[in-house]
Design a protein around this ligand. Structure first.
Ligand code: NAP
Length: 311
């Protein structure tokens, strides 16, 4: 229990959106707690380099950028605490956020829980997770020196991480279900110019095979129906993201794809509860858009609290 103390703001999630909200709120002298269940910085901290965050004309490493966000939030007095949120109750005032060890009471809450990798849902994926199947090249790439690897997907993540993996692997096959990539043009150009990358177009993974570790993937060409086994020692899956909103089902409005619905001011369907970043229904999934969300939400929290005082 955090006792009878009622915080001005509890932020659930310490990625770029949550930390930005923490910077603005604590600078506004709100008593602010950020709850993080794992590594501070979210997906950005698992990204090797970030080269499209304004102000850094030279690429900056994701973990370093996120350490800077964290240091800036702490400098203004935000408290960062670790815990797995198990339950929320937004029905009363204060709002309650329970972790496995502590119950927090807060006048406002910002949901900044982000998203996690979408699973492919094929045989072998679960069985061989951690034994060649990975969703994080930055975390696991170095285990695959001189290996042959498959990367599944055609978006920014698949292509960027595929390029990153060529630092270790001798060959990277990017397996995409269409014959055109979704990734940003500059990332595509780099991948096409990389000798270690081969593209397998119009193909889906039917199964991931291996006894104790990944040995191959079975691919199916969606145009011809032809199947083949591709020998690889690792499979990195980047087929999109799933918003981390399960905890909030029935508590705030969530759309059919699991994204929390907000207005342009980051307000959810519950007064005093805001949502920011990748868990929110929005267009961009960038550090820059997360930062914008976090800033707006913190300003709205200040406004909401000052209006409550007037009443
Ligand atoms: P994404 O943009 O949603 O791309 C997912 C890719 O996986 C698409 O190419 C999609 O194919 C493919 N796919 C989806 N389901 C599949 C399935 N069941 N089997 C095979 N392929 C499947 O996801 P993301 O690359 O993870 O990126 C998520 C967001 O983060 C995006 O908004 C992205 O722009 C952003 N991001 C930005 C950067 C950056 O700015 N540097 C880096 C990483 C991520 P189709 O193309 O056919 O739909």
């Amino acid at each position: 229990m955090s006792g009878e103390k009622v915080h001005d703001l509890v932020i659930i999630g310490g990625g770029p959106a949550g930390l930005t909200a923490a910077i603005y709120a604590s600078r506004g002298r709100l008593d602010t707690v950020v709850l993080e269940r794992g590594v501070i910085g979210g997906q950005a901290a698992a990204t090797e380099i970030i080269e499209n965050y304004p102000g850094f004309p030279e690429p900056i490493e994701g973990p370093e950028l996120m350490e800077r966000f964290e240091a800036q939030a702490k400098r203004f007095g935000a408290k960062i605490e670790y815990g797995f949120v198990t339950e929320v109750d937004f029905s009363g005032d204060p709002k309650i956020v329970k972790t496995d060890t502590t119950e927090y009471r807060a006048r406002t809450v910002i949901i900044a829980t982000g998203a996690q990798p979408q699973k492919l849902g094929v045989p072998g994926e679960e069985e061989l997770a951690g034994r060649g199947v990975s969703y994080c090249a930055t975390c696991d790439g170095a285990f695959f020196k001189d290996a042959e690897l498959a990367v599944v997907g055609g978006g920014d993540s698949a292509v960027e991480e595929g390029i990153f993996l060529t630092k270790f692997a001798k060959k990277v096959y990017i397996i995409h279900r269409r014959d055109k990539l979704r990734a940003t043009a500059i990332i595509q150009e780099r991948a096409f110019a990389n000798d270690k990358i081969d593209f397998v177009w119009d193909s889906v993974v039917e199964s991931i095979n291996g006894k104790d570790a990944v040995e191959s993937v079975t691919l199916k060409n969606v145009k011809t129906g032809e199947k083949k086994d591709l020998p690889v020692q690792g499979v990195f899956i980047y087929v999109g993201l799933v918003p981390q909103s399960q905890l909030f089902k029935g508590k705030v409005e969530i759309d059919e794809r699991g994204y929390i619905v907000t207005d342009e001011f980051m307000r959810t369907s519950v007064p005093g509860v805001f949502a920011v970043g990748d868990v929110r229904r929005a267009l961009g999934r960038q550090v820059a858009t997360a930062v914008g969300d976090g800033c707006v939400a913190a300003l709205m929290v200040e406004k909401y609290l000052s209006e409550q005082e007037v009443v």
